[in-house]
Design a protein around this ligand. Structure first.
Ligand code: ADE
Ligand code: ZN
Length: 339
């Protein structure tokens, strides 16, 4: 069996995926037609050709533009279900997905439309695929604190559908501390907390996410490796890092995949998992991300099993829900290494 066969067989949880980043060009065109929205591209190929980025901001500019085709609940439902089907085909068995409501409310699409559509898609995925899910509302960090508080207020009627909150968008210049009061308020609402940190931003932003936002996962965390005291803190607390290899390559966080820090993270005892971030923009879903690091970093079957196990351990499933997946992973890796 090749590593790719092992990757295909391992059950996985996806913990870092932006639903709007799963908008494939084909669906973008279909929704543009359906909603009579004009997009600045002539063809699917032209869209794909535009996906060359030299940093996070260049990607975000195109990502926010792409969202314009999402108008009605059915659009959000189709987007969500399409992602779930694609993830399920990669043996993803549980997802905790992000959405960016401010990217929609800013252009006149209501919170109700967005949440109704996404929860409809997740419900259909649960029925059709047996895929379990949780939903994470992300605040856009380039907008101000007042805008984020207003978004939290708009989300209040829907909190039964929202497990937690996150922090995304342009990192440098927008430190976690900007949202300390907001995250404290989210905590009072019983919302779980995660934040993007250390993707482009310095280790200091990871410290702030831990100490000032009290997050229970760090999304990305690559630059934490620059600070050994921070690495010790992350190792000692088994803090999950939701790492996104193809995203890091496409956004030039790493120069090439051989230079990706994932193997170093595992060797240092960090609790890292593999995720696809914005798969429609970065060239691959879960298994493509696994395959890229498996090959470029010469990962052993035990590493692949550890990454899959970390994804469930770091998820918000109960211990009783996690255990069958962890047992299955153990069995598959043992069988794989015995042949
Ligand atoms: N929004 C969508 N993808 C993102 C990423 N990789 N970093 C920050 N914000 C994002
Ligand atoms: Zn992300």
């Amino acid at each position: 069996m090749t590593n790719n066969r092992l990757i295909e067989r391992l059950p996985k949880a996806e913990l870092h995926m932006h639903l709007e980043g799963s908008l494939e060009p084909e669906l973008m065109f279909e929704l543009a037609r359906r909603n009579n929205v004009s997009i600045p591209f002539e063809s699917v190929d032209e869209v794909r050709a535009a996906y060359e980025f030299s940093n996070l901001q260049e990607f975000l500019d195109i990502y926010y533009q792409g969202m314009a085709v999402l108008q009605r609940p059915a659009d959000f439902e189709d987007l969500t279900l399409a992602y779930c089907r694609r993830a399920h085909a990669d043996r993803v068995r549980h997802v905790e997905v992000f959405f960016d409501p401010q990217g929609h409310t800013k252009r006149g699409v209501s919170m109700d439309t967005v949440v109704q559509g996404i929860t409809g898609g997740l419900e259909r995925a649960r029925e059709e695929l047996g895929l379990s899910s949780q939903l994470i509302l992300c605040f856009l960090r380039h907008l101000d604190e007042a805008d984020a508080f207003e978004t939290l207020r708009e989300a209040e009627p829907y909190l039964e559908h929202i497990a937690g909150v996150g922090l995304d968008s342009s990192e440098v210049g927008h430190p976690p501390s900007k949202f300390a009061r907001l995250f404290a308020e989210c905590g009072k609402h019983g919302l779980r907390r995660v934040a993007h940190a250390g993707e482009e931003g310095p280790p200091e932003y990871v410290w702030q996410a831990l100490d000032e936002l009290e997050v229970e996962r760090i999304d990305h965390g690559n630059r934490a490796l620059e600070d050994s005291a921070l690495v010790d803190r992350l190792v000692d607390s088994a803090m999950p890092l939701t790492v996104c290899p193809l995203s890091n390559l496409k956004l030039c966080v790493v120069d090439d995949m051989q230079a990706h820090p994932l193997r170093t993270m595992l060797d240092r005892g960090l609790n890292a998992s593999v995720n696809s971030d914005d798969p429609a923009y970065f060239g691959g879903y879960m298994n493509a991300n696994f395959a890229a690091v498996a090959q470029s970093l010469a990962l052993e079957p035990s590493h692949l099993g550890e990454l899959a196990a970390n994804s469930f351990r770091s998820s918000w499933l109960s211990d009783a829900q996690k255990q069958p997946f962890l047992d299955e992973i153990d069995l598959i890796v043992t069988e794989f290494t015995a042949v």
